[in-house]
Ligand binder design. Structure first.
Ligand code: GDP
Length: 213
């Protein structure tokens, strides 16, 4: 049985995510960022990790976030306003690790993400998405290092949990927990999700709301 206070958190978060959410703007560079007037919670991950699917599933909207794993596609931060009055912003960070990405695209990604992470006091948390089938890969550690160095709180979210057996999910969760144990800015608890089956979504919504305080 879930504790009542956890039920309350989950219900509060459910209501917020069921309310108004609207695309605000895309920022290909820092000068295009919206004013830093409300807290932000961001989502990041390797291309194809399931980031768009997760943002759409969390918000119950089919096409809020669009899939972004096209080589050469502009690297942008996408901002979404949540709540009326505005409560917080969801930030869809550009995907990384696309095998055929040209070098200057990688450089552009690093500049944009590094600048954003270092200069954004309203950024409360980054949810780093990791595919349940693969666990943390070398391409992910670059981002984790940047988050630790800029002291931005982050949390590992496993995606596509429906694609692995329960025993494999337990193993990858344990392995991932061990891998982040000594990382200073990492939240120790990992949430396993499936956008397809809805698994972990209420807990992730509640974790997003918790991160705002
Ligand atoms: P993005 O590049 O990180 O935005 O990834 P997408 O959201 O576009 O997802 C990449 C692929 O993984 C698509 O074919 C999705 O249908 C699939 N996918 C995403 N989430 C899930 C999930 O929870 N379960 C399963 N089985 N497939 C998923």
């Amino acid at each position: 049985m879930k504790q009542p206070d956890q039920q309350d958190r989950i219900e509060t978060a459910r209501r917020i995510f069921a309310g108004p959410i609207a695309f605000l703007k895309s920022a290909p560079a820092l000068k295009f960022l919206p004013d830093a007037d409300v807290p932000e919670v961001a989502f990041a991950g390797r291309s194809n990790v399931g980031k768009s699917s997760l943002i759409n599933a969390l918000t119950g909207r089919n096409a809020l976030a669009r899939t972004s794993n096209t080589p050469g596609r502009t690297q942008e931060l996408n901002f979404f306003d949540v709540g009326t009055p505005l409560r917080f912003r969801l930030v869809d960070m550009p995907g990384y690790g696309y095998a055929k990405a040209p070098r200057d695209m990688l450089k552009q990604w690093r500049f944009l993400v590094n600048d954003y992470l270092r200069g954004r006091a309203v950024l409360k948390r980054v949810n780093v998405l990791i595919d349940s089938r693969h666990g943390i890969k070398e391409v992910d550690t670059g981002l984790l290092d940047m988050l630790d160095e800029s002291a931005v709180s982050y949390r590992i979210i496993l995606t596509k949990a429906d694609k692995v057996k329960a025993s494999e999910l337990a193993a990858v969760t344990a392995r991932t927990g061990e891998a982040i144990r000594k990382r200073p800015a990492a939240h120790p608890e990992i949430i396993a999700t499936s956008s397809e089956k809805g698994m972990g979504l209420p807990e992730l919504r509640a974790a997003v709301i918790d991160a705002l305080d």
